[in-house]
Every structure is written in structure tokens, then in C-alpha cells.
Design a protein around this ligand. Sequence first.
Ligand SMILES: Nc1ncnc2c1ncn2[C@@H]1O[C@H](COP(=O)(O)OP(=O)(O)OP(=O)(O)O)[C@@H](O)[C@H]1O
Length: 628
Amino acid sequence: MEIKGIGDRLADKIIKSFGGREEFLKAVKNFEVDRIAGIEGVSQHRAIEIVNSVLGNPTEEFLKTERAVQIYDDIVGRILGFASTKYAKNRILLMSPIKNEETIKESMSFVMQAKYAASHLPRDEIKRLLKKIDPTDDPKPKYDPSKAILVESSDDYHQIIELGLNSYCPVITSEELESLEDFELIVYVYSEGIMEFEDAYNITMVNNESEAFEIVPNTVLSYFKENYDLLRNILKIKEILGRKSIIKEVLDILDSLESVDVDETVFDRAIESSKEKADLKLKDAIKKVDLKGDEVLNLLNEEMPGKIQKIFDEVMKDARDEIKEETGCAFDPFIQKYPVEIDYSELERIKKQEMSKKQVTTFEEEVKAASIISKFKVDVESEIQEILLFDYEFALGCFAYYYDLHTPTIGDGFRFKEGLHLNLALINDKNIQKIDYQLESPENVVLLTGANSGGKTTLLETLAQISIMAQMGLPVCAQEAQVKLVDEVYFFSKKHSLDAGAFESFLRTFMPIVTREEDKLILLDELEAITELEAAVKIISSFMDFVHDSESFAIIVTHMAREILKYTDVRVDGIEAKGLDADYNLIVDRTPRMNHLAKSTPELILRRMYEKSDGKLQKIYERILEKF
Ligand SMILES: Nc1ncnc2c1ncn2[C@@H]1O[C@H](COP(=O)(O)OP(=O)(O)OP(=O)(O)O)[C@@H](O)[C@H]1O
């Protein structure tokens, strides 16, 4: 693969922005059109051209006229409508016509298999899930200032920096640590173990030879956490497809990681309710106490009589037990008084301690999860890739399914049965007629004549679609078809401009066609609309003779068949209009009759206009009709 087809300056710029040729070629192989389109001055369209030309499939060598390109773009646009992910869209944008028969056949059979699969799948549900698949690359680390890594020496410090862990949380040395309270969690990465901490609930010790995820589990977990929803959707899709997946295990591990938040209100509620109960019990019990004279005297000296102390002891014990029951934590937040008072600073201390403990357990759980889950990363990534590829396949399958495409054979000419223009393929209307047609040697040049609005342009476009789609490796919109693989497709659409500039530019593109050796499919829609009639007749007839003697194929739509036939001898086909139906629609057999010169029937169109108008306008149509 070389970087051909790109100007040197642009190639330099692109390679530079990728940080090297290898990186750029890797992106091309991964169909990363967007990364190239992201470079300043490179449009999406140009990016596609660049990737295609690097891959060796330049579309511009095949699609020779503006209209041919439009027909190709229209086909691609229709397929894109079925794709959901950026990956699939890029791959579809890069589908270009080629001539290698083997590759074309392989691709057609791939699409037909996808069509079969799509026909059996819950398409809407899958599409809804695929719409949510947008994988992020490795997410940027989230910086968490509430945690810290504590190290002993500058060697240890550098080791942590080298692992890039300083982008997850602060890294501090013992001198910088003013208070343990500064952080919710401190991961002490020790080598000697020289620091000692008493009653430090928010510290966890990790050996300095540990792996990165044992110090910061998020180095592994972030990727999975950030992609949680994506993974869930991938799992759902794989379940629908009946494919095996390891994602369920990954999600179970992620789900098992408890949330760090300690519910502080549990503490507040437990304490309030035990205080209320204690107050009631004290009131009841103390009322019944009978104090002796010296006990009353002692009480005046603020000495608690034994009887009352006993009551307090019992009631407070009950209160503490109740709190332990509710919060799972043994502590005493009460001050012995009546009514009982709450020691709020003790309550806060306990809450903080519990949070720290919880932080440490969560950390340990995360390390455990990270160590298991890290082994799944490669598989998870390949499952994501598998689903992106599936989206591409599914889009092609849906396209083939909804448009009812069929594999054509490859042969020496063009022939199709029950063909339909893609515009008409999805319309459910009894007036839509499927068409049979053929263009084969020795009748490789044909004049197509017929009724106004009979469907001549539509037929030309149908053949162009069949040829382009087949060479893109797609099945085609016809029940049966044979296509010839050509090098170039030309489509000249009907232009209404008759000025000299248009004529000259037409000749400039048109005439060199016959000097080229390549096999061509040439479709010409009413040349006489571009030039003066007499000149058109002469140009067309000479052109037809040249094509006739070549390996190329041409259909020429004309209203001047009789005149052209004076100069050359070719097959003439005709689309015949038989009249108007009760709703003034044209009754027409859309399949051309071979060797039949059909009249154009403007009077039928005029009659329809006459019937559908009224008043003055109708009178005018009537006057014109009288002349026919
Ligand atoms: N096979 C078909 N079945 C139903 N409708 C068709 C079919 N082919 C063409 N039409 C419809 O007939 C109309 C005229 O088609 P088209 O423009 O191809 O005719 P034309 O012969 O090229 O006309 P013109 O006289 O302008 O050259 C369009 O609305 C088109 O959708």
C-alpha cells in the first residue's frame, strides 16, 4: 500500500498529523475516514477519495460523468440509511466500484448472506440497540483529589510518575502530608514501611512492587466503567444474535462493586430515635425512684445516687445496642443528662471513620475486580469490533432485504428481468411496473424511443444502478440479471441548456470517449436537448458507429430516431403509450418493445393537462390539441 493519488504537500501534512506513515496507513486500513477528515483543509469527501485511492479503489476512474457520480452517491446514501455506527458508515462510504470478478462475487455472496440473516432478525430492535453503540477510546483518566498516593522516597515517587498514576490523583511524600484527614483515602505505597499510623482508617498499604492497577484500580476499571452502557447494549445484541459473550461476566463484576457512599442519614436517624426512647424510659423509671434524705443531699452536691446511676447505665446500654443494630457500628454518642444530649462531634468522628473504612474496603474490592477484569479487555475489545462489523453487515443485509436485491451473473452484456429503479422499489403501488430489458452484442448500441413520461430516463438510470451496484459488489434490484463488468460508466443526463458553452463542454467530455480503449457503458439521455437538432443527429450517428465497433455498450434516448437511422443502422426500442386511463394517467407498457420505433405522444400529455385544468387555461389547451 503506498500513498498514491495524494499530492506531496497534502500527504506530508496528513502523515505529520498522524505522527508517521505507519500510523496513517493503519488508520486507512481501519477505514478511519473521520480522522483524516478532521485534518485542517480536508473535507469528508476528500478524505474518502484519499482512503479509496490509498486502498487502490478510486471511484473517479470508474464514474466518468457528474450524473454517474450522483447515481453512485444515491446508492451509497440509501445504504447509509441502514447503518448506525460511525465504523459501518465509514466502510459504506468507502464501497467503490471495482472490476475484479472474484472480489465482486465474494462481496455479493457476503451481502446475500447478510440479507438472509436480516430477514430473520428483529430488525427494528437491533437497529435501536446499534444506534447506541459508539465506543470511546481509552477514556482520559479522571482526576480524584479526594484520594492520594503516599510514597516514602523520591525513587518511589518517580516510579509512580512513570506509571502515569499522577494523572489519577495527587502523589505526596510524608513531608507533604499535613494531616491524614486531608484525604478520604490514602494509598501508602511502601518500600521500607517506615511510616506508622495509629487509628488511621483511611490508609491502605500497597507494596511498591505492585502493578499499577493495585495502586489505582481505575487504570483498568475506567475503560469498563465508561463503556458500561455500551457493553450492556452489545450484550443485548449478542443475545439476540445467539452469539457467546464474556461481557455478562464483566458486567457482573462491575455491578458487584458497591458504591462508596455511606448513607449518613442512617446514623442521624438511629441516634435521634434511640435518644427519644431513652428519654421516655428515663422519665418513667426515675419517677418511680424513692430517694432517701442523704441521697437527696448528695444529689445537691452533684453526686449521682447509685439507684439513678443504675437506671442511666441500663437505658444507655439499650440505646447503644440499638444504634449498633441500626448502623453496624459500636459507639457512644450520648452525654449522660436528662433529657439525654447528643455529642455531635463524636457523631461526626464516627461518620468520617466509617466512610474511611468503606473507602478502604471499596478500594480492595476494586483492586480484586481490576485484576480479574483486566484479563477480559482484549476479548471485550474484539467483541466491540465484532458488533461494529456486524453493523456494516446488517446495514448491507437490510438494504438488500428491503429493496429485494438479487445476485446477478457476470457475462458479456447487460440483461435483466423484473428490474426496478431504486426510487420505485419501496413504493407499494399497483402502477409500479417491473421492467425487462437487454443490451447485448452484437446489438451493443441501441436507440430508445417512446412516449413522453414513458419511463425512458428511469430505464437508463435503472441500468446504471444495476451496473454500478454490481461492480460495487452488491446484488441488484432485479429478479434476474446479467451484467458485464466495464471499466467506465458514462451517464449524460438531459440538459435543457442550449447555449454554446454547454455544447462545447459536452463535446469536450463526449468525443474523447470513443478514442479510449476501456470497456464502457454509455447512457445518453436526449442529446438533442443539448444541441441543435440537425447537428445532434450527425453527432449521435457517428458516435454510434464508433461504439458499435468497440467492446462498449450504449443506450441513447432520442426523439429523433427516424432521422438518426438515415445515417446508421442500429436496434431501436420503444416504450409505447396506449392512452389515458379514467384518472387521466398515462397507460403505458414500461418495458420497451424491441425493434420498435415508438412515437412520442405529446398529445396524450396535453389531453391530460386539458382534462385537469379549467377556465381560460383549459380553452388554451383545447386550441393546441386541435392542431394535433
Ligand atoms: N416502471 C415504472 N413503473 C411506474 N412508474 C414509472 C416507471 N418508470 C417510470 N415511471 C414514472 O414515470 C414518470 C416518467 O418517467 P421518466 O422521466 O423516466 O420518463 P421519460 O420517458 O424519460 O420522460 P420524458 O418524456 O420527460 O423524457 C416518472 O414519474 C416515473 O417515476
